[in-house]
Design a protein around this ligand. Structure first.
Ligand code: DGT
Ligand code: CA
Ligand code: ZN
Length: 571
């Protein structure tokens, strides 16, 4: 495994930190800090020099002892001395050093003078004001520590919706592209895998001079705080509290770095097992046979070298994709281009903000050949739900409206009432092309009752699509208690469809349930539930999630041409 100069520098600086906490001799501590600096600013690749048997002691600042330690790091990837020091310290204590503003000196003081080894004890010491007894700990430091602890704790729990993360990431990508000497800029991590929520944004770049790119990055004007800035990696906190990591990687390692930092970790671990079987080494720098890099520049080649076809990022969750790849059974994932129409949207007849014709025009520009207008039914008064009489008016307006090149289907989003009946009489339901049915109240029924309520609704022959089937609102509301598998089985038997609602705070059903639906054989409609023309763009989030759920065009009804779609909607 190639060890970079910065890895060696990190180990020496880690040792200095440990020694400092342990109260070691200041000269020794300084020697390790200097060594870290010397190695970090070295212009040649030390791993290569050692491979060529060059004598390191010919360089200023590197004595025999240090040269020996460097050799040990290059050969083993770590240093026994560091590992031994690490064992002497409580592991929680090492975490304390992650609190920005608490360097090793301060952590050492807390440990030695107050016996503090973890965050809980640190909080107590601040509450009881005991911390002020220590030299160098004033009101301001305490304030900073508290803020930083809160931020770290919040960060553990808080995940951003993909829509927000995507927007922030996109503008940072644009900004990074303006840096001098920049080559590639790519999003990695959970955002590239299109997860519904994102903890932090990972971005990779290749460039001529990474220090300059980092300099440029930390000047981005949305930044609240620069958490760390190095030559090849920087981490910042945006004003929105979203954390962004940018890493510069060598061009010849770009593909493997992209693979590694796209993850998921579980997927990469499985890949590494395959590499080991082939007697290769796989890491973020490349695929290696002995010391020779056999792949790494391109992501495709990383997979190829392991005997695998390319695996799309959305599938990389270790949910069977590697086995499928080995057996030539990867799904032919759906793309936005497969979508022929959107079957769930609202107009200004209810809580939407645009006219029927406006929605149709924007949909037409997306290349769709049909849409369905599905305004709410009467029960949901807060959304201005339509009484049969109003819906009839809408039906006749749709009959009269024509937008060239796109068919407007007559639909409704009908409440499923508590007893499992539908909120509109059959007499009007039968005049519609598409009926979307949803649960909008009484979320707290027992699992059995809620499941029965929905299954009973499907007995109505006009029931087409179960909208946002679990009712979750990301970060706001848990799904209601239902037996989703039973509902899917019922839907399959009765030729009903489940929706994948693409609204970013819903993304309902989720990726796991998409795959379950596919396995059960129940069809999906990927809809936006747009309330304004711009919302029609949410289709991309739905597509990302559908891909995470292994969906193919044939699993999704709104990939069908209109005539075939109509047949399916007839049940
Ligand atoms: P997130 O940020 O929680 O939404 O999810 P990710 O997947 O973006 O996770 P993150 O940001 O912690 O790390 C980004 C990627 O880096 C992750 O998907 C895989 C890779 N990675 C991070 N830590 C490890 C590790 O310990 N082992 C391996 N193999 N990969 C890792
Ligand atoms: Ca991440
Ligand atoms: Zn709706």
């Amino acid at each position: 495994m190639p060890i970079h100069n910065s890895d060696i520098a990190d180990i020496f600086s880690q040792i200095a930190d440990f020694l400092e906490i342990l109260g070691d001799n200041p000269f020794r501590i300084r020697a390790y800090r200097n060594a870290s600096r010397t190695v970090g600013s070295f212009s040649k690749n030390i791993s290569d020099m050692i491979a060529n048997n060059e004598d390191l002691t010919q360089f200023p600042g590197i004595g025999k002892d240090l040269a020996g330690k460097i050799r040990e790091i290059v050969e083993t990837g770590t240093l026994d001395f560091m590992e031994r020091l690490r064992k002497k310290l409580p592991s929680e204590l090492i975490k304390l050093m992650n609190i920005a503003g608490l360097g090793p000196k301060k952590v050492a003081k807390l440990y030695k003078e107050l016996g503090i080894t973890n965050i809980e004890q640190l909080k107590k010491a601040i509450d009881s004001q005991k911390i002020f007894e220590l030299e160098g700990f004033g009101e301001k430091t305490a304030q900073n520590i508290i803020e930083e602890i809160n931020r770290l704790e919040q960060k553990e729990s808080e995940r951003f919706m993909i829509s927000a993360a995507q927007q922030y990431a996109q503008s940072i990508v644009e900004y990074l592209k303006k840096a001098e000497g920049i080559n590639d800029v790519s999003i990695a991590g959970s955002l590239r895998r299109r997860r519904d929520t994102i903890r932090d944004i990972d971005i990779l770049v290749t460039c001529e001079n990474s220090a300059k790119v980092m300099e440029h990055f930390v000047k981005y004007d949305e930044i609240q705080k620069v958490l760390s800035k190095g030559k090849t990696k920087s981490t910042v906190l945006l004003r929105s509290n979203l954390q962004v990591d940018v890493r510069a990687v060598p061009q010849e390692s770009f593909g493997s770095a992209l693979q590694y930092f796209t993850g998921s970790k579980e997927h990469s671990i499985e890949l590494r097992k395959i590499a080991i079987k082939k007697k290769y080494k796989l890491n973020e720098y490349g695929v290696f046979s002995g010391d020779k890099q056999i792949a790494g520049k391109k992501e495709e080649d990383v997979y190829k070298s392991l005997g695998l076809p390319y695996i799309e990022p959305e599938l990389r969750e270790n949910r069977g994709e590697i086995e499928a790849a080995l057996n030539g059974k990867l799904p032919n994932l759906i793309t936005f281009g497969d979508i022929k129409g959107d079957l769930h949207m609202h107009s200004n007849y209810t809580d939407g903000h645009a006219s029927i014709a406006q929605m149709a025009q924007v949909a037409k520009k997306k290349g769709y050949s049909y849409i369905a207008i599905t305004d709410h039914s009467q029960h949901i008064t807060v959304a201005g739900g339509l009484k049969p009489h109003d819906l009839k008016k809408q039906i006749s307006e749709i009959n009269k409206t024509s937008v060239k090149g796109i068919t407007i289907l007559k639909g409704s989003e009908i409440d499923i009432l508590e007893d499992g009946s539908l909120d509109l009489p059959d007499e009007i339901l039968k005049q519609l092309d598409v009926r979307i049915c949803s649960v909008h109240y009484k979320f707290n029924l027992s699992k059995e009752k809620q499941t029965q309520r929905i299954i009973k609704a499907m007995d109505n022959p006009y029931f087409n699509i179960l909208a946002h089937p679990t009712g979750r609102l990301i970060n706001k509301r848990e799904p209601y208690d239902i037996d989703i598998e039973k509902i899917m089985q019922a839907a399959k038997e009765k030729n009903c469809i489940l929706e994948l609602n693409s609204f970013p705070d819903r993304l309902d059903i989720n990726d796991i349930f998409c795959k379950m639906a596919k396995d059960i054989g129940v069809k999906i409609a990927i809809n936006t539930d747009a309330h304004r023309p711009g919302d029609l763009d949410f289709m991309h989030f739905g597509i990302g999630q559908a891909r995470r759920g292994w969906l193919e065009p044939k699993d999704v009804i709104n990939t069908l041409p209109l005539a075939q779609l109509k047949k399916i909607l007839k049940r």
